[in-house]
Ligand binder design. Sequence first.
Ligand SMILES: NC(=O)c1ccc[n+]([C@@H]2O[C@H](COP(=O)([O-])OP(=O)(O)OC[C@H]3O[C@@H](n4cnc5c(N)ncnc54)[C@H](O)[C@@H]3O)[C@@H](O)[C@H]2O)c1
Length: 246
Amino acid sequence: MNILLNGASGNMGREVIQAINSDSELKIVCGVDREKTEIGFPIYNDVSDIKENIDVIIDFSVPVATLNILKYAVEKKIPIVIATTGFSKGELEIIEDYSKQIPIFKSSNMSLDINLMVQLVQKIAKVLSDSDIEITETHHRRKIDSPSGTAILLADAINEVLDNRKEYNFERMQKRERRNENEIGFSSIRGGNIVGEHTVAFFSDNEKLEIKHTAYSRQVFAQGALEAAKFLVKQEPGLYDMKSIV
Ligand SMILES: NC(=O)c1ccc[n+]([C@@H]2O[C@H](COP(=O)([O-])OP(=O)(O)OC[C@H]3O[C@@H](n4cnc5c(N)ncnc54)[C@H](O)[C@@H]3O)[C@@H](O)[C@H]2O)c1
């Protein structure tokens, strides 16, 4: 299966290359990135230079680069796995719209365990629906978006089972007011080389229940993206996520 890797020169790009090297089914035939690195396959700055035949695109980049490659994918009718995070509401709507024309797999977290955590926090939220829910995430100093896409993924999953009555509070430090009972609060910590930590805490008056996930290696995300790519090439147009393969 021929793969185009968008964001090929980045940290996750390098992890995907390493994961594919030990996978006999998959081959990266080219990459797209604004930075060119010596890597063993051509990396293009401009999608109009792509000459290779591609079965599926894997994207770990930035939203503007994702939208660029997405237009190319739609034009050429190529399925795309989007792992990039930090999209605006408008960009998410564009992705959803394009999924009527090609298969798109989008997840802010490609780890299977995080997706198990999603199911667990949904179960807990249903039982502890009156608790104060807070999400804390820690990532390496280079991460651009906050809160992380995974923090929002976890909050959205909780909100889905609570009839969407929770509001998201991203700005507690900007306001001097007490906690609203219908909010999910977010805290982001940035430093060092932390791959990714997410904690969802449910506070009641006399108890606290926490579920925590720690990723020790970026390989979990690369491996998840490869599984998603293998799944996606067999699908009809539509928007898929980890629920489709977990
Ligand atoms: N879904 C997941 O499981 C998961 C896991 C880890 C990271 N991510 C996300 O993947 C993305 C990439 O993460 P990373 O750690 O590899 O970041 P990174 O900064 O190391 O890599 C991003 C790459 O995109 C390239 N790029 C930036 N702007 C571009 C443009 N306009 N056109 C073309 N290329 C451009 C950069 O040159 C760089 O090589 C982030 O959004 C991150 O949050 C998702």
